[in-house]
Design a binder for this molecule. Structure first.
Ligand code: SF4
Length: 128
């Protein structure tokens, strides 16, 4: 039996909330207890502050700032001074450019590529 998920959805009722949810919608699967649990997680540790600032950035700068500018603003508001970059090795040039921009804004950068560990993709290299 074919499994459906959000990528098959044309209703997007989770966003619009004035339509119907499709039969396979994961939102429909959530119980009241699930939602209470999720709300608790949002309030744990520093998740609440991260969520709040993330929402502020979207509200103030969506379609005004580039994603790079949004990240800089987000990190600044959270008073971060170190940013990690995880990038595909095929995007190293872009990653370097991003790192340079962040460095100009006085962030300390630590970056890794998807090839860290230098493992070959053959069967003999898989654990177990
Ligand atoms: S959560 Fe439900 S309504 Fe939202 S995109 Fe997924 S399937 Fe569609």
């Amino acid at each position: 039996m074919k499994k459906y998920s959000c990528s098959h959805c044309r209703m997007l009722n989770c966003k619009h909330q004035d339509r119907e949810y499709p039969k396979f919608c994961p939102t429909k699967e959530l119980t009241r207890d699930d939602i209470i649990e999720i709300e608790k997680l949002y309030n744990e540790d520093n998740n609440k502050e991260i969520s709040r600032i993330s929402a502020e950035i979207e509200e103030e700068f969506y379609c005004k700032y580039t994603r790079v500018e949004e990240i800089i603003e987000f990190a600044a508001r959270l008073k971060m001074n170190k940013i990690g970059i995880v990038a595909c090795v095929g995007l190293m040039e872009e990653s370097r450019t991003f790192a340079k921009i962040l460095a100009k804004h006085n962030f300390e950068i630590y970056s890794v590529t998807c090839k860290v560990g230098a493992m070959k993709k053959n069967r003999n290299n898989w654990f177990g």
